[in-house]
Design a protein. Structure first.
Length: 92
């Protein structure tokens, strides 16, 4: 079920590294090198497959990764998005 604005703000309060960008929650990551950035992407991919919920992933500037999460089928943010973000935070 799609979350309303108040629910989204409440969930974001506990996740200071993530921010709202349209219908997505977004977090930027900075790594020591390209190889470490790609290893992180692979961990996110494994988690996304296991949860059957897939973020948009952008690798840029050789050591930076941007994750963007939304539930496309709902046309916005759901609890599923925040669950994925919290799991990512555990190994970020």
């Amino acid at each position: 079920m799609k979350l309303n604005d108040a629910q989204i703000e409440q969930k974001l309060d506990g996740m200071p590294d993530w921010h709202l960008d349209g219908n997505n929650i977004v977090r930027d990551f900075h790594f020591e090198n390209f190889k470490t950035a790609l290893a992180f992407v692979n961990r996110v991919a494994d988690l996304a497959e296991w949860l059957n919920h897939h973020p948009d992933i952008l690798v840029h500037d050789w050591n930076r990764v941007r994750l963007s999460v939304t539930t496309h089928s709902e046309g916005g943010l759901t609890a599923k998005d925040f669950d994925l973000a919290k799991q990512i935070n555990l190994f970020a």
